[in-house]
Design a protein around this ligand. Structure first.
Ligand code: 9YT
Length: 130
């Protein structure tokens, strides 16, 4: 069994910061944990915009605090994100993620798992490891 506290992640290499400061990703389960997915707590800073296109991963995201919006760049639809809202990028959906008036706290699951300290490239993509 694996039991972890977020305090064990904060301040270590498993806490990853967006290059432009829009988000912080605390990686609580990674590929090496052999769960078949990775599990992150992500803080999206208020009043920010992040372009994301996970071409190599599926991601589900559950908001537990704060507010923001997600814009589906294929359809142009914009969805409110708030405590209790979930979205799943089941089609590798390209999107913009907006922090709202408060920081958002999100619980994120990636399949295949993120390996470690990956950051987004200039197109909002995580590389596929191996
Ligand atoms: C929600 C989202 O995709 N935010 C960007 C960071 C990512 N979730 C991560 O690495 O935790």
């Amino acid at each position: 069994m694996i039991v972890r506290d977020i305090k064990q992640i904060i301040g270590t290499p498993k806490e990853v910061f967006a290059k432009e400061g829009q988000w912080i990703s605390r990686r609580m389960l990674l590929k090496d944990d052999k769960m078949g997915f990775s599990f992150h707590e992500t803080i999206i800073k208020a009043n920010t915009k992040t372009h994301i296109h996970y071409k190599n991963h599926l991601e589900a995201v559950y908001c537990v605090e704060g507010n923001g919006k997600i814009e589906d760049l294929k359809t142009g639809k914009v969805y409110e994100i708030y405590n209790g809202a979930m979205y799943a990028l089941n089609n590798h959906d390209e999107h913009n993620l907006y922090g709202g008036s408060e920081d958002m706290r999100l619980i994120c699951v990636f399949n295949p798992p993120i390996k470690g300290t990956e950051n987004h490239d200039e197109n909002g993509v995580y590389p596929l490891e191996d």
